[in-house]
Write a protein that binds this ligand. Structure first.
Ligand code: FES
Ligand code: FES
Length: 198
């Protein structure tokens, strides 16, 4: 046995005995793990007062400044028509309009939308008076499970004001940020084509 091996074993024995592991006790807890989680005002996030204009209505909110626009809409204003798919800007399910432009609301902080006009699917039309794009999606069965549909419709409405061409390839490209896991793309395309070409 080398002096190095002896020293190492000796050190481990002393350490284990000190924590009770050799006495068959439970796994030793470090002081950090044993300490209760800190509670109280110092662990609370600082809330920020802000006002959001959504679908023509002003809302006063008190939010953690890290809250995304998507969570503010869904969790605080209960506008659940806007869906959370990936929460990472990959699927388009959370698309809303901010000052008329389409944005992925999961990528935008709510505080960044202060002073702007936000429109969600609830503000686009209602069951008795559908927006022409909503009507076209119904007529062409542009959805199956419906999870992506509000994002598809918000995106399709916004792209009408963007400088895209009018053929199918342009529409597909313009809508490529909106994923449909059900694969209803042909019907979505038909619905948009109907509105685009009147
Ligand atoms: S939830 Fe925002 S892009 Fe997927
Ligand atoms: S209709 Fe189901 S994900 Fe598009």
């Amino acid at each position: 046995m080398t002096s190095n091996e002896f020293t190492r074993r000796d050190m481990l024995t002393v350490a284990a005995a000190g924590t009770g592991a050799l006495a068959g006790g439970s796994f030793p807890m470090t002081p950090a793990a044993a300490a209760p989680a800190k509670e109280g005002p110092e662990s609370m996030p600082t809330l920020m007062d802000l006002s959001l204009s959504v679908n023509g209505k002003e809302h006063r909110l008190s939010l953690d400044p890290r809250t995304t626009l998507l969570d503010a809409l869904r969790e605080h204003l209960h506008l659940t028509g806007t869906k959370k798919g990936c929460d990472h800007g990959q699927c388009g399910a959370c698309t809303v309009h901010v000052d008329g432009r389409r944005v992925n609301s999961c990528l935008k902080l709510a505080v960044m939308a202060e002073g702007a006009e936000v429109t969600t699917i609830e503000g686009l039309g209602d069951p008795d008076r559908l927006h022409p794009m909503q009507q076209a999606f119904v007529e062409h069965d542009g959805y199956q499970c419906g999870y992506c549909t509000s994002g598809q419709i918000m995106s399709a409405v916004a792209m009408m004001k963007e400088p895209w061409g009018s053929d199918d390839a342009d529409i597909r490209e313009a809508m490529s940020g909106n994923i449909c896991r059900c694969g209803a793309y042909q019907n979505i395309l038909a619905a948009i084509r109907q509105v685009r070409h009147g």
